[in-house]
Write a new protein. Structure first.
Lengths: 215, 987
């Protein structure tokens, strides 16, 4: 019986199989990479209705985070401030700037400015700002150098691994409470050692059990 | 000691008649892991449906990956004083119900009230509540309240109504045709408007009517009984721990006075109960005697004779003759406790019996030290039905031109013989302030939406004169008006807005001006001097007893769920089982086992109750321990105009309640109707099989609830623990070290628990627990995290009752945890058995393996049909669970976490005792649930666990439960035969 395929076909079959396997592995790796929280969660940078620059306010002018986010150490939510807080200054500073149109409208009408949410922990998590900020975890640990961002973007994945990494070894992220909002804080020695001292002194022991965050 | 133990372990408890008789259905129920239909979906899925769903999920699965949904953050434009986003704010307010004002503290999140607690400053609440108060927050968000102003069955508006009233006012003249109908007024500002109205229109009349009898409607003064000063209490047809008193003061004082005992020097009060129905007061009694309502008067007279002549005249009284024989012993007990005992009588009894009871108390020297009489809060007290009878007569004669009704639903609740609905049609201008669009609203010319108490200004006075401001916590959701606003408009009062009415009244009534007003709002009580307590009672003259007649006696009681019917559309209350019958979503004609046998009916058979041509068809339920030839029926069910929740729930007992049978009636005929009706109750689903002990004790059972008499307890303090012998308990797993840190635990004092359900409703409110509906309760799918077990013991004619709140025991070696395939239920270092909803895949192994049967599975998405307004009741600190996950009591972990965060912020590592209170413990009027850190030797819970009465339920299974119980004690009169011998009674 004559051969239907020439002998050289074997070679192509092998190459084809290899190519398929490589493609599967590469595809899998690509999917894993794309699906990784660090890839899909970080870098989210929506356009806000008002071109508010954190870099200008928190960085260049040097306003304290608590000036606007004044509930961060009092409540679970580090709330976005009422329009009134913007107007504390902007009735005098650039009172007619067209970029502040929406803020002035909100102040006049009582309707909120529709800010777009950037940071979001997964469902079923009851994250509490107060617990973290008052323990000495700086804003920077989860939000990055917001004082250098013109438009805020998410820099950390904020997934469960991210949380647990720190809950298991909090020392590198613990600093004196009065330095929490100082994003440029550079200690003269190992921050983890300082963090460890504070943990021992204050008995900081973050929960690693489920109901610490889920309830 | 061994003898005691034998006796006690031999005591048999039973939870229903089916169990008592070991009915085959019961055995089948028991042997299943889940109820028969628990695993069935509502509708059979078809192949087509499954394919459709699969297709849809593939399509949607692709879509979700596209991009992250945009979420907005909407901050205030202008900041709100004191408001911190995410932190609750608390406002003191007051709720009026059944003639009592209860000071409450409302918890609000972002401007919406979500939870109510008792105001500890308020003397009639002392920090606790009843189930009604807990559930009232759900009524606030009831969408059926959303009916607009209606005129002549057409939608209208408030402006049209005000111009209508302004036109009408010119025709009032001196008010000859102007009538008002309200509930007994306990609001001083409304009373002021009434005064103004009756001055401006001297010929106008104001009537008060309440369908629920309280002791202040039985006599024009309110007896104030200091139960904490009474060593012996005799309750004659009185449910003072339960439905006869909507405040919690009586429970608090009774429990503090003699049920919370010191273990080293146990002193307990003694409660005798003589009653036709089986009430929670009867359940708490040391001696309970069943007696027809009509015989209570004769018993009271005999008791008076026995107390006065100090001998015991014998008359044939009571069923089984036991009460009669006991009379002498009761009198002797009362005489031995002169000046520190009390006889109380229920509001269903006529004034003559109240007089006799007053004489007994006087003869014993109790009037003064224990019983005082307070001036009625209402300034025109009349016998309960006289006002509405006069009004109905005038309406029928056409004397009423304008009728303003600001009390709840008189068409539904008025005595049937007054034909209120027919007569209302004869009134040309009928105006009704409707809480929802109910029977009266449908029959009136105008119906005005009424404001809920949590959304409007008002005030209320407790019977002792303590006044509170009813402070709103939210803007009126459906533009409701208050009674004061409506009457102020009709009568042209100087203030028209509820806020101005209340504020201006109190600014002129109390010294101190603005500052005093603000303090009153903050404290929740006003510094009003209480009226002097008098020792002279006043009695209504015209309150005759129903004349004796053959046939059945009918006793009308308010419902534990719907009260007088006003909570018919409140799902939390509808699904809360009755404390004794455990019926949900329905009422029934309760009959004693002997009466049921005589009629040839069993539970679920429909009977027709008839008297003077008025008829009601209602299913029967057999209540052990009830008086023979007596039917007990709960009012308030069978509403015809009600929202979706209350539709079809129960049977309207008002149909056969006439003005001569208002409290109870005689001469009812009962015939069996040849049909049945499915009644649903929660009792047997959660039945924990009483497992046989090890082989060497073949006949004994494991006691789940444990009790002894106080004398046995003195002899053998550790009786509860010694009731069970078991081999050494060894765990396969290594023991975790729980000696460090804060270890949460709970102790429940069964001696104090009265089984009132407040904990169940409080838990439902705190933990976003869904309701499932009658059909699903029948399948055993109710979701309550805490349940109240009610055990009978003794013969079915004269059983005794033990109640036990049962919730997740937070076992240290929890059997649920090691069967979970996905580690969705695990243990925390602080001893909590944690439930992680987002890990749960719904295998239900945990529930199978739980010996306490306290886990609840979401068979369906119970929250699916909730509208946007109802969702406002959710507690934002607790996850709303979806279909397919297991849930259970968490010890209110959200409260623990928030308290811990606050403490850490203040640099405290340990919480103070009492800093965290779970919802059940906070609501409990009997203070029987205590929670705390068991590693803190000074905590109340640690001290309670050192009590000799402390025992763990099923600890022989080596579950090491964190929740333990203090065994119940009884304080029987040694002269009396125990209510039943302790030996075997199983039929």
């Amino acid at each position: 019986m004559a051969l239907i395929f020439p002998k050289s076909t074997d070679k192509y079959v092998k190459i084809g199989a290899l190519a398929l396997a490589t493609a599967a592995v590469a595809g899998g790796a690509l999917a894993m990479y794309i699906g990784h929280p660090r890839v899909i969660m970080t870098g989210y940078q929506p356009i806000q209705p008002v071109p508010y620059s954190h870099k200008l306010h928190a960085g260049d002018i040097g306003m304290d985070c608590y000036y606007c986010h004044f509930t961060a150490n009092k409540s679970g939510h580090a709330a976005v401030p009422p329009t009134e807080v913007c107007m504390n200054c902007h009735t005098r500073v650039k009172p007619n700037s067209p970029r502040l149109e929406k803020v002035r409208d909100s102040y006049a009408t009582g309707k909120p400015v529709e800010w777009v949410r950037v940071h979001r922990v997964p469902d079923f998590v009851f994250f509490n700002h107060q617990a973290h900020v008052t323990a000495g975890v700086s804003c920077i640990s989860c939000h990055g150098r917001v004082d250098q961002m013109v438009e805020v973007r998410q820099v950390e994945p904020l997934n469960m691994k991210f949380c647990l990494d720190c809950h298991r070894d909090p020392a590198p992220n613990i600093r004196p409470v009065d330095q929490v909002t100082n994003l440029a804080w550079t200690p003269d020695r190992d921050p983890a050692a300082i963090g460890h001292e504070i943990m021992v002194a204050r008995g900081i022991n973050p929960p690693q059990n489920c109901s610490g965050c889920h309830r | 000691m061994i003898q005691i133990k034998k006796q006690l372990t031999g005591k048999k408890y039973w939870r229903s008649l089916d169990q008592f008789y070991q009915a085959p259905e019961f055995q089948e129920w028991l042997n299943r892991e889940f109820p028969a239909e628990a695993a069935q979906p509502l509708d059979e899925p078809s192949r087509r449906n499954i394919l459709k769903l699969m297709g849809a999920s593939f399509a949607l699965g692709g879509l979700t990956a596209c991009h992250r949904p945009v979420e907005h953050i909407l901050p205030f434009s202008k900041g709100v004083e004191n408001f911190i986003h995410g932190k609750p704010l608390f406002y003191n307010t007051v709720m009026s119900l059944g003639g009592t004002a209860m000071g409450l503290t409302a918890e609000t999140y972002e401007g919406r009230p979500t939870k109510l607690e008792g105001n500890p400053n308020h003397p009639w609440s002392l920090g606790a509540t009843r189930g009604y108060h807990q559930a009232s927050v759900l009524s606030l968000y009831d969408a059926t309240r959303g009916t607009p102003v209606r005129a002549d069955a057409k939608d209208s508006n408030w402006n049209a109504f005000t111009s209508y009233i302004q036109n009408l006012q010119s025709s009032f003249g001196s008010g000859a045709g102007l009538r008002f109908l309200s509930e007994p007024i306990n609001s001083p500002s409304l009373a002021a408007i009434r005064k103004h109205t009756l001055t401006r229109f001297p010929a106008a009349k104001w009537f008060e009517y309440s369908p629920v009898l309280t002791n202040s409607t039985a006599q024009p003064v309110t007896p104030r009984i200091a139960f904490d000063k009474a060593a012996t209490v005799v309750a004659l047809d009185s449910d003072f721990l339960g439905l006869d008193c909507t405040s919690v003061l009586a429970v608090k004082e009774f429990v503090r006075g003699g049920r919370k005992i010191k273990d080293d020097a146990p002193v307990m009060n003694r409660l005798y109960s003589v009653e036709p129905q089986f009430s929670v007061t009867g359940a708490a009694a040391d001696h309970r005697f069943r007696m027809k309502t009509s015989e209570i008067g004769a018993f009271a007279s005999a008791l008076l004779g026995a107390v006065q002549s100090q001998s015991s005249p014998l008359k044939v009284l009571g069923q089984g003759g036991r009460a009669d024989k006991a009379l002498g012993a009761i009198a002797k007990d009362l005489l031995a406790n002169r000046g520190k005992s009390v006889v109380v009588v229920g509001p269903r009894q006529p004034a003559a019996v109240h007089q006799v009871v007053h004489q007994i108390n006087q003869a014993l020297g109790n009037v003064g030290p224990v019983v005082t009489y307070l001036k009625s809060v209402s300034d025109q007290p009349r016998p309960p039905i006289e006002g509405i009878r006069e009004l109905a007569g005038e309406m029928s004669n056409g004397q009423v031109n304008t009728l303003v009704m600001v009390g709840w639903n008189p068409v539904f609740t008025a005595p049937a013989d007054l034909e209120f609905e027919t007569n209302l049609k004869k009134v040309p201008n009928s105006i009704y302030l409707a809480q929802d669009f109910d029977e009266t609203a449908a029959a009136s010319k105008w119906s005005i939406p009424g404001a809920h108490y949590l959304e409007s200004w008002g005030d209320a006075v407790a019977p002792d004169g303590t006044a509170s401001i009813q402070q709103p916590t939210i803007q009126p959701i459906y533009n409701g008006k208050t009674a004061a606003e409506l009457v102020a408009l009709v009568s042209g009062y100087k203030d028209q807005k509820a806020y101005e009415i209340v504020r201006n009244y109190w600014l002129s009534a109390i010294p101190g001006g603005e500052k005093a007003w603000r303090k009153a709002l903050h404290d929740g009580i006003l510094p009003v001097t209480a009226p002097a307590a008098s020792t002279t009672p006043v009695f209504h003259t015209s309150s005759p007893a129903p004349s004796p007649a053959s046939g059945f006696e009918l006793v009308f009681v308010p419902s534990w769920s719907v009260f007088d019917g006003r909570f018919a559309n409140n799902g939390w209350l509808q699904e809360t089982p009755d404390p004794m019958t455990k019926l949900t979503w329905d009422n029934a004609a309760l009959l004693s086992p002997a009466s049921a046998k005589k009629l040839g009916v069993t539970a679920g058979d429909v009977v027709s109750i008839e008297r003077n041509g008025r008829k009601l068809e209602v299913p029967v339920f057999v209540q052990p321990g009830q008086a023979d030839d007596t039917v007990v029926i709960a009012l308030g069910y069978g509403r015809s105009k009600v929202g979706a929740v209350g539709e079809g729930a129960g049977f309207n007992a008002y149909k056969i309640r006439t003005s001569d049978t208002f409290g109870y009636g005689t001469g009812f005929n009962i015939t069996k109707a040849e049909r049945t009706y499915p009644l649903v109750r929660t009792q047997e689903y959660d039945y924990q099989e009483e497992p046989k002990l090890a082989s060497f004790q073949q006949d004994a059972v494991r006691p789940i609830v444990r009790e002894a008499t106080i004398d046995e307890f003195k002899k053998e303090p550790y009786f509860a623990d010694e009731m069970v012998e078991h081999p050494p308990l060894i765990s396969l797993y290594g023991d975790y070290d729980y000696s460090k840190g804060q270890q949460w635990a709970m102790a429940i004092d069964l001696n104090a628990c009265i089984g009132c359900n407040a904990c169940m409703v409080a838990c439902q409110a705190e933990n976003n627990i869904p309701i499932v509906g009658k059909d699903q309760v029948a399948r055993g799918r109710e979701m309550h995290w805490i349940r109240l077990d009610r055990y009978y013991t003794g013969p079915i004619e004269e059983p005794q009752v033990v109640t036990a709140p049962v919730t997740c025991m937070q076992c240290e070696t929890a059997p649920c945890e090691n069967v979970c395939p996905v580690a969705a239920t695990v243990h925390s270092p602080e001893g909590l058995n944690e439930m992680v909803y987002n890990r749960c895949v719904g295998t239900r192994y945990c529930s199978n393996n739980c010996p306490y049967k306290v886990r609840r599975f979401n068979f369906l998405n119970w929250h699916k049909h909730e509208d946007e307004v109802t969702k406002m009741v959710y507690n934002p600190e607790v996850t709303v669970r979806m279909r397919g996950v297991m849930e259970k009591c968490t010890y209110c972990v959200q409260r623990i976490q928030n308290a811990k965060i606050q403490a850490k912020t203040e640099n405290r590592r340990w919480l103070k005792d009492g800093e965290v209170t779970p919802a059940c413990a906070q609501a409990c009027p009997a203070e029987c649930i205590v929670f705390g850190n068991v590693n803190d030797p000074e905590s109340r819970v640690a001290k309670m666990k050192l009590s000799p009465r402390n025992y763990g339920m099923l600890t022989e299974l080596n579950t090491k439960p964190r929740t333990t119980y203090l065994a119940k004690l009884r304080n029987p009169n040694p002269e009396l035969q125990p209510a039943h011998a302790v030996e075997e009674h199983r039929g």
